[in-house]
Design a protein around this ligand. Structure first.
Ligand SMILES: Nc1nc2c(ncn2[C@@H]2O[C@H](COP(=O)(O)OP(=O)(O)O)[C@@H](O)[C@H]2O)c(=O)[nH]1
Ligand SMILES: [Mg+2]
Length: 177
């Protein structure tokens, strides 16, 4: 069985780090030259997307995709989510307005989230303990979204693993590591 999980969230939230922490292969970062309209605006712009794989037990593979964080690459987002079963939104708690970031990504992936499982990982809480996790729960409730919220240091394999196990349990109760 194969699962596809998408990591999204603002630049610096820890997407690349988290995928690298948990992946059984070195992370593949694809850099492709922007084309069409974007190329005319900025020819040298690269679009980075991360890819890793987590192998679980007999024959279960979890493909991990990280979206490019910048809003101007949002045209990529719909493509990356195709075939996805679950999503991780990582939010940098040390950012300017992390709850607004959460809301932005929940709205951006609204259609996907309605049909699939979601977990939220709050990173850099060591740098900035506020807002607390309760504020994230409240904001998600206001947005009408149900998702567990975890404090995650993207560099910590245990943290990332627990969050992903929760997500996988929402997809498939048999998937465990
Ligand atoms: N202090 C601290 N740094 C973190 C944490 N999570 C991730 N980082 C660091 O944040 C930086 C940005 O992470 P990166 O994976 O490049 O973010 P991306 O833009 O979402 O891919 C990296 O240097 C990580 O090591 C955390 O919980 N605490
Ligand atoms: Mg990255």
């Amino acid at each position: 069985m194969e699962h596809k999980i998408i990591f999204t969230g603002p630049v610096g939230a820890g997407k690349t780090t988290a995928i690298g922490t948990i992946s059984d292969i070195p992370v593949v970062s694809t850099e492709s030259r922007a084309s069409d309209g974007v190329a005319r605006l900025k020819a040298t712009t690269t679009v980075a997307m991360d890819y890793g794989v987590m192998k679980l037990g007999e024959g279960l593979k979890v493909h991990l995709y990280g979206t490019p964080g910048q809003e101007r690459f949002s045209f990529m987002w719909d493509i990356i989510t195709i075939g996805g079963l679950g999503m991780v939104i990582l939010v940098d708690n040390d950012g300017e307005d992390p709850l607004a970031d959460l809301e932005f990504y929940v709205r951006a992936f609204d259609t996907f989230i309605k049909r699939n499982a979601l977990v939220v990982g709050v990173t850099r809480m060591d740098k900035s303990p506020r807002p607390g996790l309760y504020s994230y729960h409240t904001r998600l409730k206001e947005l009408g979204v149900q998702a567990p919220v975890f404090e995650v240091d993207a560099r910590n394999r245990g943290d990332v693993s627990i969050m992903l196990q929760a997500l996988l349990a929402m997809l498939d109760p048999g998937a465990q590591r």
